[in-house]
Design a protein around this ligand. Structure first.
Ligand SMILES: *[C@@H]1O[C@H](CO)[C@@H](O)[C@H](O)[C@H]1NC(C)=O
Length: 366
């Protein structure tokens, strides 16, 4: 249908303007789409957002109980943020056994303390394990690097929501200095420099200090799974709507200081559903209760994996499904040559995003 329509349209155009002009127009359109794909994506996404945010804003408590230091088995000095005064704190949710992933992050983007003139800090968030050898290794790792926060909950995939709650509580109590908190998975190539550039263009101003920001790749119109046998089962009494409020992909998202506080209030306002919902859905529900709408940023991956290209990765804020060795290689390559030119970044970003989209259309389950 659509193709026939286009074909008819093209024939008419050719009759009217001649082949050269039509080809010219086509080339121009392709070029435009490639160079400005992120703007186009932002625009299309904003049209499709369901805007539930705030519509069902519940009543939030005035405060949450203060976080107790005993809730953490391991953590850096309680003064770590007072001393470092980070503008951005990145908390990497990591499985205890993923030592290689954590080391790759320390050796690349997580090792930076100053980016674009802003102080940044990266910490790792883990839970408890029953294995005594691994427990000992975690203690040693924490002593050596001083960048582990271990919450009092059993570390498992289904308990990821507890990890996020533990992370929010830690940041509230021990890092109120940070203006932004990024939650990142340990298989994500994160790019604080690209994030800080985006923030300073859109959110950095002093007068926006009190605004809530919940930024990432927004998942739209996801339907809850009410089948009790399913891995992603979501009980009806916990959420009865046809689709979840829009939420940011859990691979990487960013919260401003006021958003951290309001999310915590919203989480405290309602009992935790059982079984626990997926972490990102849960954060989205809390944000919705708190009246915070997510903001989509096309520079976060989170849908189809984005194939590596040097200039593209210089612009992307996050790219997930990155193995530790890949992270080291990409980081070295990204910093081996001069930064890419504007045209270099625009075209590379357009091409890698188009490739990711094509990959998704061909293999949607990946
Ligand atoms: C999640 O953590 C709680 C608290 O530590 C624990 O009781 C529970 O067994 C954990 N669940 C899973 C599935 O690991």
């Amino acid at each position: 249908m659509v193709i026939r329509g286009l074909w008819v349209c093209k024939i008419r155009l050719v009759k009217h303007f001649g082949l050269a002009q039509v080809l010219c127009l086509l080339v121009f359109t392709c070029l435009f789409v490639t160079l400005f794909i992120d703007y186009i994506e932002s625009w299309v996404t904003s049209l499709r957002m369901n805007g539930v945010g705030g519509a069902q804003g519940g009543i939030l408590p005035q405060s949450v109980p203060p976080t107790r230091p005993e809730e953490y088995l391991l953590m850096p000095s309680p003064l770590v943020c007072q001393r470092a005064k980070p503008y951005l704190i990145t908390m990497v949710t990591s499985a205890p056994a993923n030592q290689k992933a954590r080391q790759a992050i320390r050796d690349t983007w997580g090792g930076e303390v100053q980016v674009r003139g802003y102080r940044v800090m990266t910490l790792f968030m883990v839970g408890q394990v029953s294995d005594t050898v691994l427990t000992k290794q975690l203690t040693d790792e924490a002593r050596e690097h001083g960048d582990l926060v271990q919450g009092r909950f059993v570390d498992s995939y289904t308990n990821l929501t507890l990890k996020t709650l533990s992370m929010l509580a830690w940041a509230r109590r021990f890092c109120p200095e940070a203006r932004f908190l990024a939650k990142v998975d340990d298989d994500v190539m994160f790019n604080p420099s690209a994030l800080l550039q985006y923030i300073s263009l859109n959110w950095g101003a002093q007068e926006r200090e009190l605004e809530e920001l919940y930024l990432g790749r927004v998942h739209l119109n996801v339907a809850p799974d009410h089948d009790p046998g399913s891995k992603h089962f979501f009980p009806k009494d916990a959420f009865s709507g046809a689709v979840f409020p829009d939420y940011c992909s859990g691979t990487a998202y960013v919260l401003s200081r006021p958003a951290v506080l309001k999310l915590s209030l919203a989480a405290a306002a309602s009992p935790l559903p059982k079984p626990l919902p997926p972490e990102d859905v849960f954060v989205g529900l809390c944000a919705n209760t708190a009246g915070i709408a997510p903001t989509h940023c096309p520079l976060f991956s989170g849908g189809p994996p984005v194939p590596y290209a040097r200039c593209c990765y210089q612009a992307m804020v996050s790219a997930h499904h990155t193995k530790p060795e890949e992270m080291l290689n990409y980081w070295e390559d990204m910093h081996s040559k001069a930064p890419c030119s504007w045209v270099g970044v625009r075209s590379s970003l357009g091409i890698c995003k188009l490739r990711a989209l094509l990959g998704y259309l061909l293999w949607p389950t990946l």
